[in-house]
Design a protein around this ligand. Structure first.
Ligand code: SF4
Length: 511
């Protein structure tokens, strides 16, 4: 062992996350979705090197960049216990900081068991590749013997922590505390008790913080993430952000965090939000054009910001006030991360979810406010048209298998996709997943067993569109290789019926 790597006395609080969550995927936040893909198809060693390389360290083993949520906890703990008592590092450097003085190891996770929307959908669809990469990496971290060598308490939090409870993995993973919910108000007291060796419950549901309790990060975040809003309030029943209190953060705070990231060398700023148009919005979700334009202009001017990427957007505000898109698009495109046919474009994640007015009314009737549920398909088509006219090509999630979904509902979604023919969009079809912190948390989830021929058709239609639009020159190779694997497995597992959607995806005449 290099003498510099010899264990020292240890830092009292060590914070970390799995190797995949400590990567910026070459500064591509959308590729980070592939953490939900199966882990056994390509060797982990290769993926770590070429797909999700670790964030660099500061030369002393501390992480140069870390997940935003972990940075928030780090800032709170530094305030509470002093900077010298807290350190954040990536898994390969944990041994440099854990020693006899280490009392608590805090682990942040988004998808520890691969039970999130993307993981459940794509691991089961690809089928033979084992657990999702995110779950494999978390298991490797939590089973690292150094975590328990000196009797440190293990506290796990983050947006995916609920999976450990749902998957009954507390004992297998030997966690001392699993914290569910936002940590800003509750984490300092929990860490204090752990430091002082006081007993703690195995699961803690945190209290909602007031906006003034949420600290500024003090060190840079991966992807240059900066939170602009928290919570949503539109009330979609499968969604966890809607359970949080809605807040917009003041522009000077946002600017400070963005500047901190840019100064540290982050070429990208991701504006974290569940909907860009919620930023300082008015009653009934009426968007605040002045505030949004000022936000984008301010962050766009920060020196060193090469890419500026808002995380999510709702569709109804685009139709309500198209001028917002027209005013912010030139900046977002100039600072766009993607190219299509040699042209610089930008993207944003949107939720279409379904084309069924019945399901919209039943599970998401706030989604299109200030419009009515019956307007949803028209809003989707119009909003995507406005985005496309301004060189914004969205990444759109669609959810199938919502409780009580009928063939008519699925057909309505397929009709909507048909209405969007020619639109520049990347579809991400997903199985309905009942996450813990949502109104449908106890409802049966969709999975492969519920995949009808129509669902297969639906998946095939979405992916065929994606391949045609985004990789036309590679279409043959991508399609042929992925289909070969796909067909071999599913022909064996589900019988001949699976050939129909595959043939449709490949584009041969239907048989
Ligand atoms: S609009 Fe989006 S963020 Fe808001 S509740 Fe619905 S799914 Fe969640």
């Amino acid at each position: 062992m290099d003498p510099a790597d010899e264990p020292r006395d240890g830092v009292p609080i060590v914070l970390t996350a799995s190797a995949i969550e400590m990567s910026d995927f070459y500064l591509n936040p959308f590729i980070a979705f592939t953490g939900g893909f199966p882990s056994k198809i390509i060797p982990k060693k290769f993926l770590r090197k070429h797909w999700y390389p670790l964030t660099k360290d500061n030369g002393d083993g501390t992480a140069a960049f870390a997940p935003y949520g972990l940075r928030k906890i780090e800032a709170l703990l530094e305030q509470e216990f002093g900077k010298s008592n807290v350190v954040t590092c990536a898994p390969p450097n944990i041994h440099k900081f854990v020693g006899p003085n280490t009392k608590v190891i805090g682990i942040s996770t988004m998808d520890p068991l691969g039970m999130g929307f993307v993981s459940r959908t794509y691991t089961s669809l690809v089928g033979f590749g084992g657990e999702p990469m995110a779950a494999a990496e978390f298991r490797e971290l939590i089973n690292n013997p150094i975590l328990r060598k000196y009797g440190s308490k293990i506290i796990v939090g983050g947006s995916g922590a609920w999976q450990i409870i749902r998957g009954r993995m507390q004992d297998a993973y030997r966690t001392d505390v699993v914290m569910i919910g936002e940590g800003d108000r509750t984490a300092p007291a929990v860490f204090r008790k752990a430091l002082e060796g006081e007993p703690l419950p195995k699961v803690i549901q945190t209290e909602k913080p007031k906006i003034e309790e949420i600290p500024l990060i003090t060190r840079p975040s991966l992807f240059g993430v900066v939170e602009i809003t928290r919570g949503c309030g539109r009330g979609c029943q499968f969604c966890s952000p809607t359970m949080r209190t809605r807040n917009s953060f003041p522009l000077d705070r946002i600017k400070k965090e963005a500047e901190l990231n840019a100064r540290a060398g982050s070429r990208m700023i991701v504006l974290q939000t569940d909907d860009l148009f919620l930023y300082k919005c008015k009653e009934r979700f009426i968007p605040n054009r002045e505030a949004i334009v000022e936000l984008i202009e301010t962050v766009g001017k920060i020196p060193g910001v090469e890419y500026l990427q808002p995380a999510h957007a709702a569709l109804a505000p685009v139709v309500y006030d198209p001028k917002i898109v027209e005013e912010i698009a030139p900046i977002l495109v100039e600072k766009g991360r993607w190219n299509l046919n040699g042209k610089r474009v930008t993207s944003i994640e949107i939720g279409i979810e379904t084309g069924s007015i019945r399901l919209i009314e039943k599970y998401m009737k706030g989604k299109m406010l200030p419009y009515e549920p019956k307007d949803w398909p028209e809003i989707v088509v119009q909003a995507i048209g406005i985005f496309n006219d301004n060189d914004i090509y969205p990444l759109a999630t669609l959810v199938i298998g919502l409780p009580s979904e009928t063939m008519e509902d699925t057909l309505a979604t397929m009709e909507l996709i048909d209405d969007l023919k020619g639109a520049k969009i990347f579809y991400v079809p997903l199985f309905f997943t009942s996450e813990e912190e949502c109104l449908l948390s106890n409802v049966r989830q969709a999975d492969l067993r519920h995949l009808t021929d129509l669902y297969w058709d639906f998946f095939a239609t979405c992916w065929r569109h994606n391949i045609k639009l985004w990789a036309p020159e590679k279409q043959g190779i991508i399609t042929a290789s992925s289909m070969l694997l796909y067909m071999l497995y599913y022909r064996w597992k589900h019988g001949a019926k699976v050939l129909q959607p595959m043939i449709k995806l490949i584009g041969f005449p239907r048989i």
